[in-house]
Design a protein around this ligand. Structure first.
Ligand code: UT7
Length: 328
């Protein structure tokens, strides 16, 4: 049991696959250009996991790095949450696979399936357990092997996605920590991005494979409009209860879907673009892992200092969205 009422991120880690897939290489795979991809999305390259590397492998690597950063051992964990839409398999949950890989105790372990908002949902869930006093240390990992559900013949989607993992250890802190959160979902817009087959609605058949229904389908421009509004609204909902204005936020760590979306969100929030952390150029969109890896790198690069108030902000398939204010 833990009596602390303040919960913060006490360790961070990431895992990025070695293989780089550049826009120039994609030019040889589909009818696209480096210029189109970069100007429309801000992406130059993305990482692709090895064939023998599954989501739980990347998640475990990120988890080990986060535990090391926190100065904790796997046995110290009381809860493991993995945010992913590319689990190793439907079940067991990827979190259970990670528990075994890192040598954690038989603590609760489960996955959260809310696409790109998963890291923020995961942190919010872990925050409740620690704040209530039920648990002391929680591991939240966002890991995706999007390359395994990407249609490499569809230029409208295959240029966007990449693989990777980021992890955070949460625990009691004396100062700052998670100050507020806002989560939401709109199932009415769920058709804008989805993986149609492989579930109970359309189980795998020869036809579902021929129809390429086991890959991400997306209505990009419609999703774009939702994304801008939803991310800006979520930011407002998370900052309003704290009486914070845009200028009180030192850095926004957003889901990295498209640089144009992020510039539009910055404008709506009344922020200059330099207040929005970006790494989309080198990784593309890694779904839940995007905001996790962005947070890890922002800290590693010294962009976040003690006492800073930062905002994590994401939206994704579902549609889902979430924003969190953290005092570092
Ligand atoms: O993580 C959350 C989920 N994903 C997102 O949030 C994605 C949100 N949407 C987007 O980022 C953008 O909508 C895209 C980057 C996906 C597309 O950019 P856009 O400016 O909305 O382009 P568009 O879909 O309106 O397509 C414009 C043109 C079309 O050609 P026509 O009809 O004007 O002749 C497309 O066929 O660009 C064409 N196009 C491409 N051309 C070259 C689409 N993909 C490509 C491509 N290379 N890869």
């Amino acid at each position: 049991m833990c009596e602390s009422k303040k919960v913060g991120i006490i360790g961070l880690g990431k895992y990025i696959p070695e293989r780089v897939l550049t826009n120039k290489e994609l030019e040889k795979m589909v009818d696209t250009t480096d210029e189109w991809i970069f100007t429309r999305t801000g992406i130059k390259e993305r990482r692709i996991a090895r064939a023998d590397e599954a989501t739980s492998d990347m998640a475990a690597e990120a988890a080990r790095a986060a535990l090391k950063d926190a100065g904790l051992k796997a046995e110290d964990l009381d809860l493991i949450i993995v945010a992913t839409i590319t689990p190793d398999m439907f079940f067991p949950a990827t979190a259970c696979l990670v528990q075994q890989k890192i040598g954690a105790r038989m603590v609760p372990a489960f996955d959260v399936s809310v696409a790109c908002s998963g890291f923020i949902y995961g942190i919010t869930i872990a925050n409740q357990f620690i704040r209530s006093g039920a648990y002391k240390h929680a591991l939240v990992i966002a890991a995706e092997k999007l390359s395994s559900i990407t249609d490499w013949s569809d230029r409208a989607t295959c240029v966007l996605f990449g693989d990777g993992a980021g992890a955070a250890v949460l625990g009691p802190v004396d100062q700052g920590g998670i100050l507020s959160f806002h989560l939401g979902a709109n199932g009415k817009a769920g058709d804008l991005i989805k993986l149609p087959a492989g579930g109970s609605r359309i189980p795998a058949t020869k036809k579902s494979i021929e129809d390429r229904l086991h890959f991400i389908k997306m209505e990009g421009s419609e999703l774009f409009k939702h994304a801008v509004k939803v991310m800006a609204d979520a930011a407002l909902e998370a900052t309003k209860p704290l009486g914070l204005k845009a200028e009180d936020i030192s850095l926004v760590i957003p889901h990295q879907a498209n640089i144009r979306i992020l510039n539009a969100v910055a404008k709506r929030m009344g922020l200059t673009p330099d207040k929005i952390y970006l790494n989309i150029e080198k990784y593309g969109n890694m779904s839940a892992a995007s905001s996790a890896v962005a947070l890890v790198e922002a800290v590693q690069e010294g962009r976040i200092k003690k006492g800073d108030k930062i905002l994590l902000d994401a939206f994704g398939g579902g549609l889902t969205w979430g924003a969190i204010v953290i005092e570092w």
